[in-house]
Design a protein around this ligand. Structure first.
Ligand SMILES: [Zn+2]
Ligand SMILES: [Zn+2]
Length: 191
């Protein structure tokens, strides 16, 4: 059996049996425990299985961190979503830059990285170096007031010419959103 075949077999067993010990796997596959450890290493790295005190366990999809926005709890799997990686390595997702910036404002001292996607070309960029257009006449169908992310200053200026709004840097955008959220008569979070 090739390592990939053993990995496949291990996953099939684990899905049915939930937890199996390494020595049991080495018996069933007739290879050493060392080999089993080598086989399962990539599966652990891919978050498919987990090493526990009782052996190897299968990770059910529901056991993985949810993909809901940590700020407003809406579905966060959109192309506007932001990711916040904290100093203890948990990854938070937000539905849009609005929630990402406000969430960052709440937990700034625990954040190690905040990343988002450029609105126009979808490239992944650090949110801290991006520019934000707030108040533009363009609707992303997410939370209000919305912030649209651009990597390039030239492109955000061009977009602003067409759709209006005001350009902000990362820090400025956070305080602008907080300010606008405080005044319920102008804009408020649609969630
Ligand atoms: Zn949200
Ligand atoms: Zn949103």
């Amino acid at each position: 059996m090739l390592p990939a075949e053993r990995q496949q077999q291990i996953l099939i067993w684990l899905e049915k049996e939930q937890t199996i010990t390494v020595s049991e796997l080495s018996k069933r596959l007739d290879v050493s425990e060392m080999t089993i450890y080598r086989d399962i290493k990539p599966l652990i790295d891919q978050n498919k299985i987990l090493k526990t005190s009782r052996g190897i366990s299968f990770i059910r999809k529901s056991a993985l961190p949810s993909q809901n926005c940590t700020y407003c709890y809406k579905e966060a799997n959109t192309r506007h979503s932001m990711q916040i990686i904290t100093v203890d390595q948990t990854i938070e997702h937000t539905c849009c830059p609005h929630c990402g910036l406000l969430r960052y404002g709440d937990i700034a001292n625990r954040v190690s990285q905040i990343i988002c996607k450029d609105f126009l070309n979808g490239t992944t960029i650090s949110a801290q170096i991006a520019y934000y257009l707030i108040g533009a006449d363009f609707h992303m169908n997410c939370c209000q007031p919305q912030a649209i992310v651009f990597e390039s200053y030239k492109q955000i200026e061009q977009f602003q010419k067409g759709f209006g709004g005001t350009i902000f840097t990362f820090e400025e955008a956070i305080s602008e959103l907080k300010q606008r959220m405080k005044n319920p008569h102008t804009d408020h979070c649609s969630s």
